[in-house]
Design a protein. Structure first.
Length: 138
C-alpha cells in the first residue's frame, strides 16, 4: 500500500484504485475487478476485527522483568537444572566426570586431579568437601 505524506500532502491510503489486467482475455477483466472489490480492507484501530495495537499487546511486559538482585522464584533448584535438555551432546561432551555417578575405582583414579584443584588458592569449599567425601568413601 502507498504511504501517506505529512500534513497537507496526506491522502487516504485505505482506498486504492482498481488495477487493470494487461491483455486480459474475454471476461477476465470483469472477474479480476470483482476479486479486488470483494477483498476485505483493513479496518481502523479500535474497531472489532482490526489488527491488534502493539502498545496494548506489550503494555504489561515490564511486570515480567525480574531484577538482578531478586530472590530466586525456585529455591532449591540448581542453576544447572535442565542443562542437558534439548538438542546437542549435553554436559557429557565436556569430558568431565560426574563424581556422583562414578564407582569407587573411578573416583580413586580421578582423586589426585580433584585433590590438586581443591588445594589451589581460591578453591571453593564445595571442591574441598568433594575431595573429603571421596576420601571418606574409600
Amino acid at each position: 500500500m502507498p504511504v501517506s505524506g505529512p500534513g497537507k500532502f496526506s491522502q487516504r491510503t485505505d482506498r486504492q484504485p482498481i488495477a487493470q489486467l494487461n491483455n486480459a482475455g474475454y471476461g477476465e477483466q470483469k472477474a479480476y475487478k470483482q476479486l479486488q472489490q470483494d477483498a476485505p480492507m483493513a479496518s481502523a484501530p479500535g474497531v472489532p476485527g482490526a489488527s491488534p495495537d502493539l502498545s496494548q499487546l506489550f503494555s504489561g511486559a515490564a511486570a515480567n522483568i525480574i531484577p538482578m538482585g531478586a530472590e530466586s522464584g525456585q529455591p532449591g533448584i540448581p542453576v544447572t537444572n535442565g542443562a542437558n535438555a534439548g538438542p546437542g551432546v549435553g554436559m557429557d561432551a565436556m569430558g568431565l566426570p560426574n563424581p556422583d555417578q562414578q564407582t569407587a575405582a573411578q573416583q580413586a583414579a580421578y582423586l589426585p586431579a580433584y585433590e590438586f584443584m581443591a588445594n589451589k588458592p581460591g578453591s571453593s569449599t564445595a571442591a574441598r568437601n568433594l575431595v573429603r567425601r571421596m576420601k571418606a568413601s574409600q
